[in-house]
Design a protein around this ligand. Structure first.
Ligand SMILES: C[S@@+](CC[C@H](N)C(=O)[O-])C[C@H]1O[C@@H](n2cnc3c(N)ncnc32)[C@H](O)[C@@H]1O
Length: 323
């Protein structure tokens, strides 16, 4: 590439060394520009095209700065390659299966038990329109709200765990459709008094599956600390709140899986469906979602042979309508 300052020809990989050596002042300016763009939530690819440099130069420098210089207020760089999934098509049947979980925008599978971004993308596109309000009462890493922002919906996200809020905020600090930046609350979804009756256009809910994965050690109200019966009792309260805040004739989607206890299947999915029906919702769709992280090898595979049971490889995505 050509040096923008002295016009000499340099290998792209050596560009930064060249700047450091021959144009130290310009190098400092370039670094502060990279930092400020990254702090504003620009992605590496955006910064690279804005400064007319390669993505490698930008990401190498951000990583070095993060390691060496704690005084810079930069968090994890946003390695966004694509803003949207390639060749996306709305799901058309009651059987959903995403072999690749989806890694566009800031999505990654790092938050334990997070859902594939294809799920909220399908729900948002099918059941809401631009400028609508989309609520996720179990925000986790913010997958739903990332999709809401990308698809120009006004997101509201709630999670009882402050670490989830931190992860979600980090995933949402990208510089795109900023007028749709969501509202996020670190609170308990059993009490949504700060949301008006009949004010939400779509709810995308992915609760803990009782205590199969614990999301905290001892946060009061964390549903992931409760065994099945107590979990269902508390979920009842949340279902009633969700019914209250949703506009009529709008949709509330809930993803939930089953579990096994003492050699038998516990149909947690159907029990959760009942909770939402009892809250007043009607069942619009019952979707089977294939699970791809279920390993048909190793410890559990061997146990399933030894004790003669089947490994659970599906979840339910219920779509409810408020009449
Ligand atoms: C299955 S995770 C959601 C994952 C999310 N869909 C994602 O993609 O990252 C369930 C979340 O519910 C949160 N949670 C548990 N009890 C809650 C409550 N009473 N109110 C709000 N959030 C709660 C947990 O902290 C956890 O982050």
């Amino acid at each position: 590439m050509i040096c923008k300052i002295c016009s000499s020809k340099i290998k792209s990989n050596n560009y930064i060394e060249h700047l450091e050596l021959y144009h130290p002042d310009d190098y400092e300016d370039l670094l502060s520009e990279i930092i400020s763009l990254n702090n504003m939530g620009e992605t590496i690819s955006d910064i690279a095209s804005e400064l007319n440099l390669s993505q490698k130069i930008i990401s190498d420098n951000l990583s070095i700065l993060m390691e060496e210089n704690q005084e810079y207020d930069i968090r994890r760089p946003l390695y966004v390659k694509n803003w949207e999934p390639k060749d996306f098509k709305l799901e058309a049947t009651t059987m959903w299966s995403f072999k690749q979980r989806g890694n566009w925008a800031t999505h990654s599978g790092k938050y334990r038990g997070n859902w594939s971004p294809y799920i909220p993308r399908n729900l948002i596109l099918r059941y809401s329109k631009e400028n609508d309000v989309v609520l996720d009462p179990f925000l986790g890493s913010g997958t739903t709200l990332v999709e809401a922002k990308l698809l120009k919906r006004n997101g509201i996200g709630i999670d009882i765990n402050p670490s989830a809020i931190e992860v979600a905020n980090n995933n949402l600090r990208f510089n795109k459709n900023n007028q749709y930046h969501p509202k996020i609350y670190n609170t308990d979804s059993r009490n949504l008094e700060f949301i008006d009756d009949d004010s939400i256009d779509l709810i995308c809910a992915h609760p803990p599956y009782a205590n199969i994965i614990k999301y905290s050690e001892n946060i009061e109200g964390d549903l992931s600390l409760l065994d099945i019966d107590k979990f269902l009792d508390e979920l009842c309260i949340i279902a009633q709140e969700l019914f209250r805040v949703l506009k009529s004739n709008k949709y509330c989607a809930v993803l939930i899986g089953d579990t096994r206890r003492n050699r038998h299947m516990v149909p947690l999915g159907f029990k959760v469906m009942e909770v939402f029906l009892n809250a007043g919702f009607l069942l619009k769709e019952n979707i089977i979602k294939e699970q791809h992280n279920c390993r048909a090898t190793g410890f559990w595979y061997q146990r399933s042979i030894d004790y003669n049971f089947l490994l659970i490889a599906h979840e339910y995505l219920f779509v409810f309508r408020k009449p």
